[in-house]
Ligand binder design. Structure first.
Ligand code: PEP
Length: 251
């Protein structure tokens, strides 16, 4: 079965609820004819409910940008999977490089987040990717392998149906430097064969792997033409209805 494409927008710490709702409504309209692909929006927690209202009935998936592993408790500043679901989210991102680099999240913590939220039935986007130093030292594949192995530790074969992997080279995030389609394809091919080795070939073949890092209307078509690129995780260009509308409607 061909993999269904997924185009995801990560709005990071942008937009108040009213602005987020307006953009969500515009994107629901822009995506009306893009019925052969999934669209996901990850607004700040404070705008989840407004975005869910804005996209209701459109099929667009609403996601948290992070999620705690526990249902409730003494975890100041965290949001649980149950709370995300309460606001209409059905998915969450974990392991974004900004969480790893700015907030010190470790592979172990990210794996806990992933497993806790999978247990609550959320679809999970696990972000991985190497820094510029790591790429220049020739460590890219070793880093990706470590992040995939630890991110997916104790995730069952059945749970893998709810996992999406996003390859986001850190040097390409918000920098305007996109990995070439060939560099991205090489990394995606490696990740897919690793998932096949860790689970089984069918799971490797069916897991969706998104590319993230300065995706724009001008490069989405070439990226999506690669055999192992199943979608995109878009930051900056997802904040504007025209540019994200064009990305959603890639050829
Ligand atoms: C991201 O934050 O996941 C991202 C890919 O950002 P940008 O598209 O702005 O590079």
């Amino acid at each position: 079965m061909p993999r269904r494409a997924l185009i995801a927008g990560n709005w990071k710490m942008h937009k108040t609820a009213a602005k987020a709702k307006l953009l969500a409504e515009q994107l629901a309209a822009a995506g009306q004819n893009a019925t052969d692909r999934d669209i996901l929006l990850a607004p700040p927690f404070t705008a989840l409910s407004a975005v869910e209202e804005g996209v209701r009935g459109s099929g667009i998936i609403v996601a948290g940008q992070n999620v705690c592993w526990e249902e409730q408790g003494a975890f100041t500043g965290e949001i649980s999977p149950v709370m995300l679901k309460d606001l209409g989210a059905t998915a969450a991102i974990v392991g974004h490089s900004e969480r790893r680099q700015i907030f010190g999240e470790t592979d172990t913590m990210i794996n806990r987040r992933l497993r806790g939220a999978l247990h609550q039935g959320l679809t999970m986007v696990l972000c991985i990717g190497e820094t510029l130093d790591e790429r220049e030292s020739g460590d890219t594949l070793a880093i990706l392998e470590r992040q995939v192995r630890s991110g997916l530790a104790e995730v069952s074969s059945a749970q893998m149906a709810s996992v999406v992997i996003a390859y986001e080279p850190v040097w390409a995030i918000g920098t305007g430097k996109t990995a070439t389609a060939g560099q991205a394809q090489d990394a995606h091919g490696f990740i897919r064969s690793l998932v096949s080795d860790l689970y089984e070939k069918d799971i490797g073949n069916s897991v969706r792997i998104l590319y993230g890092g300065s995706v724009k209307p001008a490069n989405i078509d070439e990226l999506m033409a690669q055999p192992d690129i199943d979608g995109a995780l878009v930051g900056g260009a997802s904040l504007d209805a025209e540019s994200f509308g064009r990305i959603i409607n890639y050829k």
